[in-house]
Design a protein around this ligand. Structure first.
Ligand SMILES: Cc1cc2nc3c(=O)[nH]c(=O)nc-3n(C[C@H](O)[C@H](O)[C@H](O)COP(=O)(O)OP(=O)(O)OC[C@H]3O[C@@H](n4cnc5c(N)ncnc54)[C@H](O)[C@@H]3O)c2cc1C
Ligand SMILES: NC(=O)c1ccc[n+]([C@@H]2O[C@H](COP(=O)([O-])OP(=O)(O)OC[C@H]3O[C@@H](n4cnc5c(N)ncnc54)[C@H](O)[C@@H]3O)[C@@H](O)[C@H]2O)c1
Length: 464
């Protein structure tokens, strides 16, 4: 007999969903969280803070209104770090309160401290003061997430040279910012700061970035960034990062160029937060980035009663997918059949402008040798776009000319991360171009772009 039916290590999206699912099934569950408050990376340093900062920046800068009133338009003239942080704290407090209430009303127990295995069913919880508590669980879910990758050659100081966990607590807005790593985090922060008129340089060692996104969208996105004076340094390896006597940060690039900035954000990936867990005691191995391998359907590790979910299992490392992985793990652990997830999930990149995509890119369709046609809609051609003053934004849909099935939807621009779900539903329900041709969409909406892009593809597919 164990103390709990399930012990969950970590209270991020996967841990929280798993815990509530266990409680709903009438089981006893303990969530162990080493942070002072529940919520995980998602609530405290990742998803919610970055999206709140973005929203605050767009609101205070008047970004969405500049199409009408010009580039000089501002809602608030002098935007400081305190303006950004104040709203952040309010949102985070609210998120934590909601989560704590969900836990308490569902009877989920929580323990504050760092968990480590002392046996396959045995967990030690070490509090900040060093007190140790021992508990056992019939099933255990590892939902410990990741932490930023911090190589030795980066002189992090928590003030001007920051990782992505630290940037949400910045004390002063820089006038210039170098961002190293053009992954999702780097691109989101680079464009958010650029919307505040900070001079941003985005540095990436590879010649391309966000390679999972359709190339045509990336081309359009790069054009918008360059138009806004975001300096893109692609194919530029970092040789060294130095602090100059002036206090500026100088990044030496392998092509001989130097980037000088007030602040530097290093965002070159994350590593599994597994080092403290003593996983070898439970018989579990991790890869070079601290990640755990699981069965993709059941979420079981190589030790069947121990599950892992969320960022610690690697791709796709999203809060959205993590939540579902946690729920599936809990269901399987408690005897409910697990099913493979639907084929297509959406990516939402909250850059300025937003990017959202689901299904196959044009490059993937070509690689597979599927005959296809494309439909494009520009937001500036929709009536809602006129009303909103949009000068940019596009939707691209790809259809099979053999089956008429929708193969992929790719959106760049305002509302992309919300709009994508229409396309996702049609994709997962195996719908065809007929859905877009035959259905009526609300007018005036940006969703009308689906109709326009559908008709655009249909005109070419039916042309004799
Ligand atoms: C800047 C940024 C922006 C992001 N934006 C988005 C977005 O817009 N949309 C999206 O879908 N995803 C986004 N993500 C990804 C998303 O945050 C993660 O996919 C998600 O948080 C992973 O959830 P998780 O369940 O793995 O747990 P995490 O949120 O990683 O939390 C893990 C928790 O486990 C705790 N923990 C670790 N080790 C132990 C231990 N030994 N004992 C006790 N507790 C422990 C940690 O303290 C932490 O609280 C973003 C990430 C970052 C960094
Ligand atoms: N909107 C969202 O869904 C969202 C937002 C932010 C983060 N996330 C998740 O967080 C995770 C981590 O994001 P990320 O952007 O840090 O990682 P990433 O692995 O996606 O990107 C890292 C980038 O840094 C580059 N890089 C790697 N090593 C480097 C080095 N030594 N020097 C310079 N550049 C280097 C890589 O080529 C890559 O382009 C991702 O898996 C992502 O899914 C999701």
């Amino acid at each position: 007999m164990h103390d709990y039916d399930m012990i969950v290590i970590g209270s991020g999206p996967s841990g929280r969903r798993a815990a509530i699912q266990c409680a709903k099934l009438g089981k006893s569950v303990l969530v162990v969280e080493k942070g002072r408050r529940v919520g995980g990376v998602s609530v405290h340093t990742g998803t919610i803070p970055s999206k709140t900062l973005r929203e605050t920046v767009l609101n205070l800068s008047g970004w969405r209104e500049r199409g009408f009133y010009g580039l000089g338009y501002r809602v608030k003239q002098d935007i400081g770090a305190h303006d950004l942080i104040a709203r952040l704290h309010k949102t985070l407090n609210h998120e934590v309160e909601v989560l704590e209430h969900q836990f308490s009303r569902n009877g989920v127990r929580t323990a504050n401290g760092e968990a480590r295995f002392t046996g396959p069913h045995d967990i030690e919880i070490v509090s900040e003061r060093g007190d140790v508590k021992r508990v056992t669980g019939e099933k255990i879910l590892i939902a410990c997430g990741t932490r930023p990758f911090r190589p030795d050659y980066v002189p992090f100081d928590g003030n001007t040279v920051l990782d992505s966990d630290e940037v949400v607590e910045l004390s002063k807005l820089p006038r210039s910012l170098a961002v190293i790593g053009a992954g999702v985090i780097g691109v989101e922060y680079a464009t958010i700061f650029s919307a505040l008129d900070v001079a941003v340089t985005l540095i990436e060692p590879r010649n391309s970035f966000l390679d999972f996104i359709d190339k045509e969208l990336i081309g359009e996105f790069m054009h918008e960034l360059r138009d806004r004076n975001v300096a893109l340094r692609l194919g530029s390896k970092v040789d060294a990062i130095r602090i100059a006597d002036s206090g500026h940060i100088v990044t030496d690039l392998s092509d001989g160029r130097h980037v000088t900035s007030d602040m530097l954000l290093f965002a070159a990936g994350r590593v599994g937060a597994t080092d403290a867990l003593k996983l070898d005691t439970a018989g579990i191995e991790v890869d070079y980035r601290g990640r755990i391998k699981v069965d993709p359907v059941t979420m079981q590790t190589t030790v069947p009663h121990i599950y892992a979910a969320g960022d610690v299992i690697g791709f796709p490392s999203l809060a959205s997918t993590s939540m579902e992985q946690g729920r599936v793990a809990a269901c399987h652990a408690l005897g409910i059949d697990a099913h493979a997830p639907p084929e297509f999930f959406p990516y939402g990149i909250y850059s300025v402008p937003e990017i959202s995509t689901t299904g196959l890119t044009e490059e993937e369709v070509r690689e597979k040798g599927i005959p296809y046609e494309i439909g494009i809609a520009r937001f500036r051609e929709t009536s809602r776009g006129h009303i909103m003053g949009l000068n940019s934004g596009m939707m691209k849909m790809i259809f099979s000319t053999r089956t008429k099935r929708l193969l992929g939807v790719h959106i760049l621009g305002e509302g992309a991360t919300e709009l994508i779900h229409i396309g996702q539903a049609v994709l997962n329900l195996k719908g065809t171009i007929d859905y877009f041709i035959q259905n009526t969409f609300n007018y005036p909406t940006l969703a009308e772009a689906y109709k326009i892009a559908g008709l655009d593809a249909w005109n070419r597919m039916t042309a004799k």
